[in-house]
Design a protein around this ligand. Structure first.
Ligand code: SF4
Length: 310
């Protein structure tokens, strides 16, 4: 089965420096689906796609700003969907709202927290005070709901890459048990670190998280920079997403046909059949030379898969 992905609200309380919804080359290519946010329109889409999809993903910009959110979650549950909410977590600082979200039947909540350092998170979010709000939201969720149903997303950027291990320790102390590191999509070298600079701190942070018993996934990173953790790539297990209201109808094609590509050095790599390379925007900044001699020639491609999600 697939997931039905809905861009559920057109604005956000953050202004993340790497925001996928405002990234110029994506907008130019019309890859960001328009918002479908009235309860009536979403209801029609839920009914129309039920045979193909078992999850609905409510994202945005920021879905918790939509006044119809609770109604739509209850509607989706009644139609038989499981509900996945993707949020910056700021509204969840309101404990009553948090309780209502859970009572409505939300099955999984994915929150982005970019650093354990308030200044770094606020700078990357473009919103002073965002860190305090999001952390308060995480604390509410952990205390009111099932910590196993919360995932924290960490977008790896030039500003937070050196602090990933500390971030993991902080999240573990907050009660988080499930994290995902995302490779940033952007055209600016001030935002995007080189994969060579990411490789060591990312693997160290994963090692720390696995040591804590946390579930870990990574997204957007090529296998040859993940070492023994290549098996944690979410692309290997992610179900396809049907997208509404766009010339692009499914997320797999956005990723593999438009968003990512491999390099001239990838020929003969054992990971080739499953690795998608990385974002095209990355090669525009750093070129392909880092991939020279990276092709995996022997041995098991995915030797270790310590805590793969079910
Ligand atoms: S060399 Fe190319 S195909 Fe092989 S893991 Fe790296 S990016 Fe993927």
């Amino acid at each position: 089965m697939k997931s039905l992905a809905i861009n559920f609200w057109p604005t956000c309380s953050n202004r993340c420096v790497f925001c996928f919804c405002t990234e110029h080359d994506l907008v130019a290519e019309d890859l960001t689906p328009p918002s479908v946010h009235s309860a009536a329109d979403v209801g029609k889409a839920l009914v129309a796609n039920r045979n193909e999809c078992d999850w609905v993903i409510l994202s945005g910009n920021e879905p918790t700003l939509n006044p119809d959110l609770l109604v739509v979650i209850m509607l989706a549950k009644r139609i038989g969907y499981r509900v996945d909410l993707r949020t910056n977590g700021r509204r969840l600082k309101d404990r009553t709202f948090c309780r209502r979200l859970l009572k409505a039947g939300t099955d999984r909540i994915n929150i982005t927290l970019l650093s354990a350092d308030a200044d770094i998170h606020d700078a990357l979010s473009g919103a002073p005070g965002a860190f305090a709000d999001t952390v308060a939201g995480i604390r509410n969720l952990v205390s009111l709901g099932d910590p196993e149903a919360i995932t924290v997303y960490i977008v790896v950027t030039r500003k937070n890459v050196a602090w990933l291990e500390k971030h993991v320790t902080y999240l573990h102390a907050l009660g988080i048990r499930d994290i995902q590191f995302n490779c940033v999509y952007h055209t600016d070298s001030d935002v995007v670190p080189s994969l060579s600079d990411v490789e060591q701190p990312l693997q160290a942070a994963i090692r720390t998280a696995v040591g804590f018993g946390m579930r870990v996934q990574v997204y957007g990173f090529p296998a040859c920079f993940l070492g023994e953790y290549a098996g944690l790539a979410s692309e290997l297990t992610k179900s396809n997403e049907v997208m509404l209201g766009s010339r692009i109808t499914d997320y797999h094609s956005v990723r593999t046909d438009l968003g990512k590509r491999k390099t001239k050095y990838c020929a003969g790599c054992m990971a080739g059949p499953v690795c998608e390379g990385t974002w095209k925007s990355y090669y525009g900044i750093y070129g392909e030379e880092e991939f020279k001699k990276r092709a995996i020639k022997r041995g098991s491609i995915y030797p270790k898969d310590p805590k793969k999600k079910s």
